[in-house]
Design a protein. Sequence first.
Length: 126
Amino acid sequence: MSAWWQMRCDDGHGWSVFVEDDSREPDATQLNCPEDDSPAVTATCLPIADRVQISMLPAAWEREGRVGRADEYFLEVRSILDSSRMLKTTTTMSWEDVIKYASMFRDIPWDLAERRWARMFSKARE
Ligand SMILES: [Zn+2]
């Protein structure tokens, strides 16, 4: 899991470092203040929050110089904390629609995303 590390030096400067692996601490250079190079006196690990990552997957095919389904996309949402939790549309949509639907998953936790997805796509797709 990824995390933010938030540091502070004796002179009251604050800075943050993003690490892909929260079991790893920032390296020595990241623990020094970017303004005056003094060492951090506090370092706090802030684990990444439960949110969804959003992907738009191109559906275009290509064979012998011909292209089909150009500018059609599947929408996929996935838990940032557990990548096995994933939802993907079964039909394609336009760029404009995928952007519109994706915006409904902005800054929300996985459980809410799952409920919102069920409301949006179980009715709309029948
Ligand atoms: Zn400083």
